[in-house]
Design a protein around this ligand. Structure first.
Ligand code: ATP
Ligand code: MG
Length: 249
């Protein structure tokens, strides 16, 4: 469970350039929820994910993950629970390393140095089997450098890595923005599957309003650093696309 209590985030506090990116946000996200966040540019969506991930600390307020106060816990200490996929497919993986080595790195990151996975044949087989499930034909290319893959292939693999690492929380910041429709569908279906089958709590930021209807069991609309709307599964079911467009007017 993620619990944000009265979270505010200021940039350049006290200066003429001061920005209130998050303005007194309180929010509770239960385990296994799939929350979609929409909102205009600059409304604070990415900042909210940064605060949950720990790459930025809030100016005021408290954040708890799984009942533990993590407000001042740095990012690397939260990586046990939290994985993130960015808009830019280049982000989050090591381009010069092979697919397999990227999976090894990811496993090390979360499972610690005491785990002997580096040269393990079983680990390789497991990775190959998981990759085969994507249906992208990448299972026989695991020696290939990550940097040579397409954006869609990389996003799908990044998602897979998070799942194999027993991540509790998956943060997706416009993961399909740079992808063609087919790759976008692969990535979205995979996110959906991970959420349903493994119960990974998922937070997706998207500007694709169709996706915001198609996925998730909760829809949050952010405006000027605040939560303007927070619709549960039932409220979301009756919602039509034109209504969501109106939120942006
Ligand atoms: N490091 C920073 N320094 C100063 N201002 C910042 C910083 N990061 C974000 N901001 C400001 O905080 C506000 C919220 O930014 P944020 O990136 O969270 O918006 P967003 O909703 O993710 O927008 P987009 O849809 O464009 O990605 C914006 O006004 C932005 O300019
Ligand atoms: Mg953003």
């Amino acid at each position: 469970m993620i619990s944000l209590q009265k979270i505010s985030k200021f940039f350049n506090k006290g200066k003429p350039t001061e920005v209130i990116a998050l303005n007194d946000i309180s929010l509770q996200i239960n385990k296994g929820e799939f929350v979609v966040i929409v909102g205009a540019n600059g409304s604070g969506k990415t900042t909210l994910l940064n605060i949950i991930e720990g790459s930025q600390l809030p100016t005021t307020g408290t954040i708890r993950i799984n009942d533990q106060d993590v407000t001042s816990l740095p990012e690397y200490k939260r990586s046990r629970w939290v994985a993130r996929v960015f808009q830019d497919p280049h982000n989050g993986t090591a381009p010069d390393l092979s697919i397999l080595d990227n999976f090894r790195l990811a496993a090390l990151r979360t499972q610690g140095k005491n785990l002997v996975i580096g040269i393990n044949e079983a680990f390789k087989k497991k990775v190959q089997a998981k990759i085969a499930e994507l249906g992208m034909g990448l299972e026989n290319k695991i020696g290939q450098a990550m940097g040579n893959l397409s954006g869609g292939q990389r996003q799908a693999l990044t998602l897979l890595m998070s799942a194999m690492d027993h991540t509790d929380i998956l943060l997706l910041d416009e993961p399909t923005a740079a992808l063609d429709p087919k790759s976008a569908l692969v990535v979205m279906n995979l996110a959906n599957k991970l959420n349903r089958e493994l119960g990974i709590t998922t937070i997706l930021i998207t500007h694709n309003l169709k996706d915001s209807l198609a996925y998730g069991n909760r829809l949050i609309h952010m405006r000027e650093g605040k939560i303007a709307r927070d619709l549960n599964s039932k409220e979301k079911t009756g919602l039509l696309l034109p209504e969501i467009y109106q939120w942006f007017e």
